[in-house]
Design a protein around this ligand. Sequence first.
Ligand code: APR
Length: 369
Amino acid sequence: MALQISPLFSYFRAVLRTTGPLSCVRADFQATGVKFKHILSVQSPRLGAKPATSPHRGHIRAAIRGEKFSTALWKLSKGNGSSSARGRKGWLGKVAVGAVFGLSTFALGQSLHTGAVNAMALRVNLNSAEGNWKEIKDLLLSLSVKDRRQYYNTSNFVPLDDIPGWTPTAGGSESPCRQRNEKLDLKLSLYSGDITKLEIDAIVNAANKTLLGGGGVDGAIHRVAGPMLKKECASLHGCETGEAKITCGYGLPAKYVIHTVGPIAQGGVGEEEKKALRLCYKNSLKTATDHAARTVAFPCISTGIYGYPPEQAVHEALATVREYLDAHHDKLDRVIFCVFLPTDKELYLQNLPLYFPADPTGPTLKSKL
Ligand code: APR
């Protein structure tokens, strides 16, 4: 959505035409103004673009542009330096007019933009299948976490601060199968509960190849996200086993959903199924870091309807996440294993220390499991 200010600019040009003495400035001013008109077009960010570091990033950019404009105008007023004192006074008057124009246009441009975003925000209904998913996605991804809360389709969402870090604890009888890496101490959480409640950058969905929804965690995610999720998923034309594709979270507290398709293992687990499951975790983390998502939650992929034995899946999950964090720990703040069944919670408590061994003197993390 690009906001041009050309109507306003042509109005001002008309005003300029009526002021004879300004005519010498007019031509140059118009040239500068045309440049000004284009550099003040305001665009909303898109998925994949570097997320705005703050909701005012657009304003900062516009202010810099406004400043460039008034500098250009000032240069114009300097002219060839041969003007008389009266001429200089005239020139300064013109610069003042120009600066007022520049600043008032900038303010108007910004309020037009804000007004447009707010107007659009009022029109968004995430429970309706009407509407353009691309526009709604652009709007939601441009909002701060706080501003996005008005769209959540779930109550009692869980902010990241309420998700306890996992405290590396000494393993049970088994000895660790990985070296200690203290850089990973604050990077993990084991969370028991509903993944659709987590207010984090991305939740991973255990989807099927159509990406059009299903049962289990897939069904839960689509229910909370609302119909726009299915609309965007339909544009992705499916997903192969082990691949991962990202969409907006829409009505979910999570900003993004990363859809991955686990192996079907009802007939038992061979090398192919192991490899495919590891690819689900690896490609989901890569997709997250490619989109600057720094907090990611995984369900126990393939261990439900797809029949992968949980006591085997936990090793593929932990080994792959460990490997990815060793290589890219600077790109992730938290990887959350979201378990839904008490049996899965026990499995992770038992095996986490093997892949992320403790350090008795290491930092203590609040752990309210
Ligand atoms: N939050 C977190 N985890 C959940 C939730 C939830 N709301 N609901 C279910 N789970 C857990 C299950 O307990 C299981 O441990 O997610 C894990 C994965 O189970 P499934 O959702 O059945 O996924 P999967 O085994 O990968 O099968 C995928 O099932 O839902 C369909 O469309 C999906 O066809 C695909 C197949």
